[in-house]
Design a protein around this ligand. Structure first.
Ligand code: ZN
Length: 141
């Protein structure tokens, strides 16, 4: 039986480090939690929106510094459409089976908000993010 605690409920896990652990794995802040436990491949869209609009880390949910990390897939698309702290991206590559399976096809990149395009617009040129998540890319320099 999985543990449900104050740190993890149907509303999601608390922000910050260290991450709550389920079956030994650190639980990302954006990962959806059902009554049976985390749904590892699913996210809360509202939390992805918070990450995008408020420049928060998808793993820990805390605010990011001016420079943060993204994981790029084919086409320079940002995996999960959100950024991470350095220590959080290291944790993700250590623990996430999806990332480990794709390692070699992915590129970790340290960026500023201006390097990321939400749709066609650089993040640092967006005054009001709005209430919809957006596909993030990092165009080639
Ligand atoms: Zn983080």
């Amino acid at each position: 039986m999985r543990e449900t605690s104050r740190e993890m409920s149907a509303a999601g896990s608390v922000a910050g480090l260290p991450r709550p652990r389920v079956d030994g794995m650190p639980l990302p802040w954006i990962t959806r939690i059902d009554p049976d436990g985390p749904v590892w491949a699913r996210v809360y869209p509202i939390r992805v929106l918070h990450c995008q609009a408020e420049w928060r880390c998808q793993v820990c949910g805390e605010r990011l510094p001016a420079r943060a990390w993204v994981v790029l897939e084919a086409g320079r698309a940002v995996l999960s459409d959100a950024a991470l702290h350095y220590e959080c991206i290291v944790m993700a590559f250590r623990w996430c089976p999806h990332l480990r399976a794709l390692d070699g096809e992915l590129e970790a990149l340290e960026v500023t908000r201006g390097a990321i395009h939400a749709g066609q617009v650089p993040l640092d040129e967006i005054a009001e993010y709005g209430d919809q998540t957006t596909t993030w890319t990092v165009p080639a320099p």
